[in-house]
Design a protein around this ligand. Sequence first.
Ligand code: HEC
Ligand code: HEC
Ligand code: HEC
Length: 137
Amino acid sequence: MKKSLIICLMVAALVCVFALPAVVAGNAPADNMVLKTPEGVKMTKAEVAFPHKAHVDTKIDCMTCHHKAESQDAITGCAVEGCHMDASKAAKKDKKGFYQAFHSKKSVASCLGCHKKEKKAGNEKAPVSCKACHPKK
Ligand code: HEC
Ligand code: HEC
Ligand code: HEC
């Protein structure tokens, strides 16, 4: 093999080793999150700790929670245009409202919906009480 070809292959291999994880990690969220109300909305309860990685580690599919994302690369937060943006009192019962995104008992995409289902199935590790998720106030 020509020396230049070998160097070329080595460079290509290096690019794969270093660049690929960076591309994959590019969309990686924080391991542990603190969830709050959208900008400008007053909070009546304590902010919520959400161990994102712990959920991924229990093998819950990304799309179970990010239910409207077209692909793993197109994942956004919950309170975005067209989704669960309305945090007004009037929208509390609306399934597209901010509140129901996290408390709907009808959807496993919501914190409470999935945790209730887990509890029913005998898993005591998924909190269902208001205080467990909103500890301080
Ligand atoms: C148990 C539910 C759940 C699972 C499973 C889950 N996520 Fe998330 N993810 C969330 C929540 C909740 C947020 C915070 C959303 C917010 O801030 O509005 C989030 C945030 C994110 C964000 C940041 C979005 C942004 O722009 O603010 C990315 C990226 C993401 N998740 C990717 C993934 C990927 C990839 C997987 C699968 C490996 C995954 N998530 C699995 C619930 C989940
Ligand atoms: C699709 C199902 C599902 C959804 C949606 C979900 N969870 Fe969980 N959650 C679980 C399961 C399962 C466990 C228990 C994990 C275990 O067995 O170790 C858990 C555990 C937890 C724990 C306890 C972790 C610990 O180490 O004690 C917290 C806190 C939590 N979830 C917060 C949330 C919040 C906040 C949301 C919404 C933003 C959410 N979860 C959405 C399935 C879910
Ligand atoms: C499994 C976790 C979980 C449980 C259980 C839970 N919540 Fe929440 N709640 C959240 C998340 C996540 C948000 C969105 C982030 C935020 O606003 O703090 C939220 C937001 C809220 C909000 C809007 C924000 C605010 O501070 O005013 C209210 C009100 C609320 N929850 C009340 C309750 C009540 C009442 C209960 C018990 C019936 C409850 N929550 C149970 C996770 C939970």
